[in-house]
Design a protein. Structure first.
Length: 191
């Protein structure tokens, strides 16, 4: 039995495409920032986070396509953006009805979206995540985080500082604390 078809905005492959675009934009800004800049992931600097995004993106593509794991990726924003391009190309040709593809795409969507936010914080960009992506990820969150041992995967949930804001709720589910509302917002440069 194949999974039910979902509205386009909730299709996991569509969510992965949106998440990869958010990550792409954040990596543009990361290339212009000191690689040693701190990140919300306290054990990582920006360089380590970018390398993790590269590795996660390559792993997601391998899972979705059924390819064996490749060599560890090279560091750097250009390499990360290259991997995102490869992922987006692979996603365009994938069947949307297989459970493996849908689950892999959904998990990759969380990974790329949350780390795009992390990179944005490191680069001083306070731009928001795509609202439709955030709402969809919130809708799927019970499938991903409820009853899961978070050890080594993601931080314990936090109370959202502003529960009326979907992005704050999503970030809090994964142990991230958004900056205070009164913190000045910096415009994010476009590539």
């Amino acid at each position: 039995m194949s999974p039910p078809r979902l509205p386009h905005r909730l299709d996991p492959l569509n969510l992965l495409d949106q998440a990869s675009k958010a990550a792409w934009m954040s990596l543009h800004r990361a290339a212009l920032t000191d690689p040693q800049a701190p990140t919300p992931c306290t054990r990582w600097n920006l360089s380590t986070l970018v390398r993790h995004i590269t590795d996660s993106t390559a792993s997601t593509r391998e899972i979705l396509t059924g390819l064996p794991p490749g060599r560890p990726p090279e560091p750097g924003c250009a390499r990360a953006r290259h991997e995102l391009s490869r992922l987006r190309t692979a996603v365009a040709g994938l069947p949307r009805e297989t459970a493996r593809v849908r689950w892999g795409a959904l998990l990759g969507s969380y990974e790329l979206t949350l780390h795009a936010w992390d990179v944005n914080q490191s680069t001083g960009c306070r731009g928001s995540l795509p609202p439709t992506l955030v709402e969809a990820l919130l809708a799927f969150a019970p499938l991903v985080v409820d009853g899961v041992d978070r050890t080594g995967l993601f931080a314990a949930p936090l109370p959202p500082p502003r529960p009326d804001r979907p992005t704050d709720r999503l970030l809090a589910l994964f142990g991230r604390q958004p900056p205070p509302a009164d913190r000045p917002r910096q415009e994010c440069p476009s590539p």
